[in-house]
Each structure stands twice: as C-alpha cells, then as structure tokens.
Design a protein around this ligand. Structure first.
Ligand SMILES: Cc1cc2nc3c(=O)[nH]c(=O)nc-3n(C[C@H](O)[C@H](O)[C@H](O)COP(=O)(O)OP(=O)(O)OC[C@H]3O[C@@H](n4cnc5c(N)ncnc54)[C@H](O)[C@@H]3O)c2cc1C
Length: 413
C-alpha cells in the first residue's frame, strides 16, 4: 500500500490530486515554485464546463483551416516559427480530428466533464468558498442571423447527449442579460454550466484545505526527477524530497521534467490571454458569455470583467502576441459598456495533447510515476475528477470513470 506521495505542481490539477490522495490516508507533499494557483489555473475564464464535450480538433476543423490562414481570425494565431519547428505535433493534432475518432473522444470528454459542478460544489463547501460559485449557466451568442441555425444545431446535439439548453432570440437574451447591447440576434443558454468569480482564489482555497488537513506545501522549483530508494526523488531549489510515488501535474511544463527520463508525452500548448476591464455603470453580467463570432469569453470576475482570447499557437515561451486579445477587447466593448483596462494583460498556456484528452495514469515502464496533465481548455473544470482518478488507481480502487481514454500509453512507448 502506498503511504507517501510527491505531487509536483499546485495548479488545479495538482491540488486536486493532493486532496484526493490525502483523503485516502496518503502523506502528501505538494511542491510548486509559486504559490498555489498562480499560473494557468489563475488566468482562465472560470467556466465549469459541463457541456464542453466536443474536442477542439473535431472533423469541422478541416473546413475552418482556410479561414484561419493568414492570422486574421480572432480564434487562432499560428506562429510560422512553431509550425516549422514542431510540424509533427501539428500534423498529429490535425490527424486526430478525423471523423472515426470523434464519437469515442466525445464520450470520454463527457465522462470527464459531466459532474464538474457537483465535484467543485463539494470542494468549495469544504474549503469555505462556495460564495464564489455561480449557478447561472453560460450563454453562447451569435452576431448574425445564421446564428439561429447554429444555436439550433448545438441545442439538438447537446440534447442527444442528455444536456439541456435553451435557444434565445434578441429579446430573450436581453431578458436574462439586460446589460448587454442588443447586437446578438441568437443565443443558447446552457444552464448546467457553472462558473466562479476567481479561479486562482478557488485553487488557492483548495490548497489551503489540503494544508489544514495536514498536507505539506513546499514552495520550490523542481529541477530534476529521478528514481530513489524510497521510490521517487524531486531535486528542488531548496533541497529535495522523496516519496514512494510522484505525480507530475506541472501543466504546460510537465514535459520539461519527463524528457530527461526518456519520456516524451507529446505535450504541447495553446497559449491564451486575458484582460480585465471595468464595467461602466449598469453594465452588469450575471454569467459567462461566449461571443462565437468574436471568439472570446467574457466573465464577471472579482477583478472586473475578464475577457479571454482564442488560441495562440506560438512556442510556449515566445513573446506575447496581442492581436487576438486586442480584437477581443474591441469586440467585447461592442457587446457591453466597458471602461478602462485594469492591470496588465495576462498570458497563459493550455496544456494540450494531440487528441485533446488529458493524460491520467501511471507512466509506462516507470512504476510509481503518475501523470496528470494535458487538461487543455477544461483543466479548471476537470481538476477534481482527475485527482479522484489518479488517487483511486494509486490505491487499487475502481476509478469513478473509465480511465482508458486517458492512458499515458497512447503516446508514451
Ligand atoms: C485563456 C485561458 C482560458 C481558459 N478557460 C478555462 C475555463 O474557463 N474553464 C476551464 O476548465 N479551463 C480553462 N482553461 C484551461 C485551464 O486553465 C487549464 O487546463 C488548467 O488551469 C491547467 O491546470 P494545471 O494544474 O494542469 O496547470 P497550472 O495551473 O499551470 O499548474 C502547473 C503548476 O506547475 C508549476 N510548475 C511548473 N514547473 C515547475 C517546476 N519546475 N517546479 C515547481 N513548480 C512548477 C507552476 O508554477 C504551476 O503552478 C483556460 C486556459 C486559458 C489559457
């Protein structure tokens, strides 16, 4: 039986793994170079994405590629430097979008996302941050009449997967979001989707709960991971720690410590940005909205109205490219009366595997080394279930959902 664990990375995934292992009586050390929840799990749109069941690279992507070329569309920015240095990953990402893969990946994503609000509600209650949860659904909006057909198609698709939604016209949209300017003729309200007003604060509160229950949090950079007598050793900027097992939950940085062990997980990133704006008087928003034509989320947050951008396929550490967040800011100003920009523009990186599914399980050929990363656009939502799957497998229990679609062996040989 496992008694000790190192969890590397205190984003939503690592913190959730730490809590789930601790619940099973394992002594856990959680290590992060920053305070918990200060990276990707800080800057996201805070959506608890119970209806995000279609992988980003689905068969419809093939028809959109031409429109994305030339980097004029707000949904996507492709750096030619990345395309030239990482052509294999991009081709694999496109290959995984083929129709024969769609049904199984939709089922896998639905199993991961279905209970996200229930899981977070329970943790928020235990962590004393339930006031941060909004139960008002999410609203998808279209700017043209063609949006009526798109809303209908999405409504029917979601219904066929047991997810309720409500088609709205301009008047219906104004009825539930009177602060929005009437520029959207069509909308789709998806009530089962939740959201929070500060994903960073929620992640930090879960980490505080872990510490309150006796868990150890170490703030240090992990510089190397290696096998040790006890199991696994993490060398850190302040020394080192050993335990029987190690869980790598380093989000977009997970590959950095695995490659020296001869493990290439095929992990890459989709960068994204956010900006906060002050709402002008009367500009209230009571849920997250997604402007389909503008390709941005707008979310009411503790800091102001947060606008998050589409996907920037630049190299992970390349300088910022603000084209998309600038376009999103301008589009958001058309939708809601917004005042000045608050603070700096934030950049993060969604950790992504070519099939848009996370990697959750034990690394092939490396007993005791567990992998929990690649949660892409839904990692804030799917942290708790990822933690439960990892902890159940570590302890030899039946996981809450079938872990097969997420097995590391699909990319790691
Ligand atoms: C713009 C944007 C919007 C998004 N919107 C949503 C949304 O609305 N809903 C949703 O569910 N998801 C959303 N996501 C995705 C979600 O934010 C991520 O999937 C999730 O935060 C990933 O969590 P993580 O714990 O894997 O990574 P992280 O939160 O990045 O955590 C990894 C941790 O590892 C630490 N670390 C890295 N290297 C080292 C090292 N060497 N030593 C020590 N520590 C290290 C980092 O400091 C960090 O704290 C969005 C992402 C972006 C970029």
């Amino acid at each position: 039986m496992t008694r000790t664990a190192l969890v590397l990375g205190a984003g939503m995934i690592g913190v959730s793994c730490a809590l789930a292992l601790q619940k099973r009586g394992i002594t856990v050390t959680l290590i992060d170079r920053r305070e918990p929840g200060r990276e990707t799990s800080y800057g996201n749109a805070g959506v608890l994405a119970a209806s995000s069941i279609v992988p980003l690279n689905n068969p419809a992507l093939y028809g959109k590629i031409a429109g994305y070329l030339g980097n004029r569309h707000p949904a996507l920015n492709l750096s030619w430097r990345r395309a030239l240095t990482q052509p294999g990953w991009l081709l694999r990402f496109l290959w995984e979008a083929r129709p024969s893969q769609a049904r199984a990946r939709i089922a896998a994503l639905q199993s991961l996302t279905a209970d996200t609000v229930t899981h977070h509600r329970a943790l928020m209650e235990q962590a004393g941050v339930l006031h941060r949860l909004r139960d008002t659904g999410t609203l998808k909006l279209w700017r043209t009449q063609a949006g009526h057909d798109a809303a209908r198609a999405e409504h029917d698709f979601l219904k066929s997967h047991g997810i309720d939604s409500q088609i709205l016209d301009r008047q219906g949209i104004s009825g539930i979001e009177p602060g929005l300017n009437p520029i959207f003729p069509a909308g789709l309200l998806i009530p089962c989707v939740g959201s929070v007003d500060s994903p960073g604060a929620v992640t930090a509160a879960y980490a505080a709960l872990f510490a309150e229950r006796g868990g150890r949090i170490e703030q240090a950079a992990v510089t190397r991971l290696s096998r040790a007598a006890a199991g696994w050793r993490a060398e850190t900027s302040t020394g080192g720690s050993e335990a029987e097992i190690a869980v790598v939950a380093l989000g977009p940085w997970s590959g950095d410590l695995l490659k020296p062990l001869g493990i290439d997980p095929w992990l890459n990133v989709e960068r994204g940005y956010h900006r906060h704006l002050a709402p002008q008087a009367g500009a209230r928003l009571s849920r997250t909205i997604y402007d389909v034509d503008g390709a941005y989320y707008m979310a009411p947050m503790e800091q102001g109205i947060r606008i998050t951008s589409g996907v920037d396929l630049s190299l992970r550490d390349a300088p910022d490219v603000h084209r998309q967040i600038d376009a999103a800011t301008a589009a958001a100003r058309e939708a809601l009366p917004l005042g000045e920009v608050i603070g700096e523009t934030w950049r993060g990186a969604r950790p992504t595997l070519p099939d848009s599914l996370p990697m959750i399980g034990e690394a092939p050929r490396h007993p005791g080394l567990w992998l929990a990363f690649g949660n892409q656009h839904i990692g804030f939502s799917t942290g708790p279930i990822t933690g439960e799957i990892i902890a159940a497998m570590v302890c030899g229990e039946k996981p809450p959902i079938d872990p097969a679609p997420f097995r590391p062996g699909r990319y790691i040989r």
